[in-house]
Design a protein. Structure first.
Length: 162
């Protein structure tokens, strides 16, 4: 999603009746089925985004850069409180995380999101009960055709060791 599309979506969300006070950030709709992919990964949580530093080799690349969050902060990542800590692995500059992946870990995602601008934020938990598990040599992340949706301030990803 381009910055213009994201801004248009934000205006749509902001102008809708029930979600007019939404002050969220955009991130992948984590309800979409995952597939396998391999890149340089950290065990636990990996955050993906595009580097905006024009002097970085990662700038303008179609493939997202991966920032290895791992198990830091007790295995919790809050998009609003920790999002600024996501850095491009090549240049170290801030990189906005737009999706995530998991490697050799147990994980869950919870928060509130907007999937329909005419409706209020909906509670979300993936999985609904318990934890998802990613075993050795597997990497799970949303498909390349993932959908970006607005998330509320309570968006949290948790990981723990197997």
């Amino acid at each position: 999603m381009s910055d213009d599309e994201r801004e248009k979506r934000h205006r749509e969300v902001s102008s809708s009746g029930s979600s007019s006070n939404f002050g969220g950030k955009y991130f992948a709709d984590c309800a979409i089925k995952n597939d396998d992919s391999r890149r340089h990964l950290s065990w636990g949580l990996n955050l993906e985004g595009h580097c905006k530093n024009t002097s970085c080799r990662a700038y303008g690349q179609s493939e997202r850069s991966i920032f290895g969050w791992g198990f830091r902060n007790g295995g919790k990542f809050n998009l609003f409180e920790n999002g600024h800590e996501c850095k491009c692995p090549l240049c170290g500059e801030y990189m906005q995380a737009i999706t995530c992946g998991f490697f050799n870990t147990q994980w869950l995602i919870r928060g509130r999101r907007i999937t329909d601008p005419s409706k209020p934020l909906e509670d979300f938990r993936n999985p609904k009960y318990g934890w998802n598990c990613v075993l050795d040599n597997e990497y799970e992340h949303p498909k390349e055709t993932f959908k970006i949706v607005p998330w509320g301030e309570d968006f949290i990803i948790e990981v723990k060791s197997l």
